[in-house]
Design a protein around this ligand. Structure first.
Ligand code: RUQ
Ligand code: CUA
Ligand code: CA
Length: 632
């Protein structure tokens, strides 16, 4: 009996995707690549002519080993967005081992995030939502290289941006962007993270206060700029179209976003009716000058500069915002490592458009800054880079990654396929792909992760909810071509990632009490107390192996109880938590960390305070009693 390998049944998959996604079904099928275009098969056609091949000092595909033996460390950290779980996942690359999760917009009990008073208050002040939709995790850079300070990520669901401190691997600030719904693209201004940008995808009235409800011509969206530290919202630029993904030039001058809704439509039909949409180029110094000169409206407490096409600020030689026409409904935009080009992926058009950034200051018609257009295949979504002048673009519809030569594409005829070097099947329907340090000035050129939306037939079945499949490729050997190294199932649903060389980070292994908001509580008697003020009870106590500062704590039914506790351990990796059954309390404390939790003792009875981290042989005995006396 012969069996077809379902993973190679490309036509079925294409038909399937086209069936379920009417947008993609509109694409002419003549450009579909067959599964035969797998590893290396295209290499000979295009001649593999990268100019920079000489500088390729990566191991050959035969020499490279993606296994990281037990006890050994990976070369890279990968920060993957969790999508609508609202978190960030930390992987090692190339092992693809998941090392940590960092809750951002979600509550998470193992980290105590959203359970202690401070993180609860942070989430409350950021809108009080219990979930978010993280898409684009972007590390801070200095001089166009990752500096290991911060990671920023958007919340597409609720119009927010968050900052993660990479010393402690925890979310330390969230900004609720009042003039933006659906913060989608996220990136910082390079070379030095002068701003963090949130890109507004969903057009709404601004302010969205009940005006213009059913007058979509009055809707708009914004680019929001935040300073990284302190993490403050500085200004917005308003546009009429929508904005989608974003990336920064390398010189601190231009920031690029795509727009797939130049039509200003509200239905799918309207949003796909025009032949062209935009890459929108924001000139940051000119916008800063406008803010400085007071040329803005203050909306919801934020200076909003008018960047619409008809804005007087866009008249004359020095427009704030330039609108570049690209084929209909583009998606990703990313700037090449040398800072020369912004490349927009066509999504509904089988091409990537290459914009020469310097030309934006020279040309009258911004469309004259377009210097190339390469035909890559169907459903191009995102483009990443290696260190040898190649671009790698995901083809959502073809379920492939296409590797092409950037300078060849600039030299070739518009719409040519010639710059394509290789196409490799992936499983299936890839969204983002990310190469190591791809969006810095110095991509590493060895590893590439492709984030596939579908994983059917790749893993043991687990019912109708499928994981995603994050596939690792070795891309360091241009002669051998892209090599698929491993499949990694991922809980729904990562969108994008950033891969950072491990030696660029220097995480703490214990807390420095001076970095914390709350005072350290030592084991000294005078640091440990129970204080009552009316029906509020305030307790301060240390914790360590294998006890809490108090063996029992007596309160009255109805009391509001606050417990502040410090883990006084100095040894790394000895964590404790303070969990109270039936009170929804679980607060973790890592070594030298202090946390505080407030709850109401609303039912009389005995409640064991226990430690939920398995910390020692006497972990189960690490307990204390909360005695709640009945009210009379
Ligand atoms: S978008 S799959 Cu949220 Cu980055 Cu393109
Ligand atoms: Cu402390 Cu278990
Ligand atoms: Ca459109």
């Amino acid at each position: 009996m012969t069996e077809t390998n379902p993973s190679n049944d490309q036509e079925t998959i294409e038909a399937d995707v086209a069936d379920k996604d009417p947008l993609f079904a509109r694409i002419p099928r003549r450009d579909f690549m067959k599964a035969g275009a797998a590893a290396g098969a295209m290499g000979s056609l295009a001649g593999c002519t990268s100019l920079l091949d000489d500088s390729n000092d990566h191991p050959t595909a035969g020499e490279v080993d993606a296994t990281v033996p037990p006890g050994e460390h990976d070369d890279y950290y990968a920060f993957l967005s969790g999508g609508h779980t609202g978190d960030i996942r930390v992987y090692g690359v190339p092992s693809m081992r998941q090392i940590m999760r960092i809750p951002v917009f979600n509550m998470e009990s193992a980290r105590g995030y959203g359970f202690d008073d401070q993180t609860q208050e942070m989430l409350e002040e950021a809108g009080g939502y219990t979930w978010g939709d993280t898409h684009h995790p972007r590390p801070s850079q200095t001089d166009n290289e990752y500096d290991g300070e911060w990671l920023f990520v958007n919340d597409k669901a609720n119009g927010r941006m968050a900052r993660i401190d990479l010393e402690y691997f925890e979310t330390d600030a969230i900004i609720d962007l009042p003039n933006q719904q659906g913060t989608h693209g996220a990136c910082a201004l390079m070379p030095d993270t002068r701003y963090v940008f949130g890109v507004g995808e969903l057009r709404v009235p601004i302010p969205n206060d009940g005006r213009d409800l059913d007058d979509p011509s009055e809707y708009g969206s914004t680019l929001s700029a935040m300073s990284p530290d302190p993490f403050d919202h500085e200004w917005d630029v308003r546009v009429d179209c929508n904005l989608d993904n974003g990336d920064s030039g390398k010189e601190g001058e231009w920031f690029f976003t795509t727009s797939y809704n130049s039509e200003e439509g509200v239905t799918e039909e309207e949003m796909t009716s025009a032949d062209t949409d935009y890459v929108v180029a924001f000139n940051i110094p000119r916008i800063e000058d406008a803010v400085e000169a007071g040329e803005y409206d203050e909306i919801n407490g934020v200076p909003v500069v008018d960047g619409t096409e008809d804005s007087p600020l866009n008249d004359g030689d020095e427009p704030l915002v330039r609108y570049i026409d690209v084929p209909t409904n583009p998606h990703g935009v990313s700037v090449t490592p040398d800072g020369e080009y912004a490349i927009a992926s066509g999504k509904l058009d089988p091409t990537c458009t290459i914009i020469e950034i310097d030309q934006l200051n020279e040309v009258d018609d911004p469309n004259d800054a377009i210097v190339g257009r390469v035909n890559v295949g169907n459903g191009p979504l995102h483009t990443a880079y290696d260190d040898r002048g190649h671009a790698y673009t995901t083809l959502f519809v073809d379920s492939q990654v296409v590797k092409w030569d950037i300078e060849d594409a600039v030299d070739a005829e518009m719409g040519s396929e010639d710059p394509v070097i290789e196409k490799h099947d992936v499983h299936y329907s890839p969204g983002h792909l990310i190469a190591a340090e791809s969006y810095t000035g110095s991509p590493q050129g060895d590893w590439l992760i492709v984030l596939n939306k579908l994983s059917k037939d790749r893993f043991l079945p687990v019912g109708p909810v499928f994981p995603e499949n994050d596939q690792l490729f070795y891309i360091g050997d241009d002669d051998a071509g892209m090599e698929l190294v491993k499949d990694t199932p991922a809980y729904p649903e990562p969108h994008d990632a950033s891969i950072v060389r491990a030696d660029r980070l220097d995480p703490a292994s214990v807390y420095d009490p001076d970095d914390l908001e709350l005072d350290y509580i030592s084991a000294d008697d005078e640091d440990n107390f129970i204080e009552r003020d009316g029906d509020e009870v305030h307790i301060e106590m240390y914790n360590t192996r294998n006890h809490f500062g108090f063996e029992d704590i007596t309160v009255q039914e109805g009391d509001e109880v606050t417990i502040r506790t410090t883990n006084i351990e100095e040894e790394e990796d000895i964590l404790h938590s303070l969990a109270i059954p039936q009170h929804d309390v679980n607060v973790k404390t890592a070594p030298q960390e202090t946390r505080e939790v407030t709850f109401t003792a609303d039912e009389p009875g005995v409640y064991w305070i226990y430690c939920a981290y398995f910390c020692s042989a006497l972990h189960l005995e690490m307990r204390s009693r909360l005695l709640v006396e009945p009210a009379d």
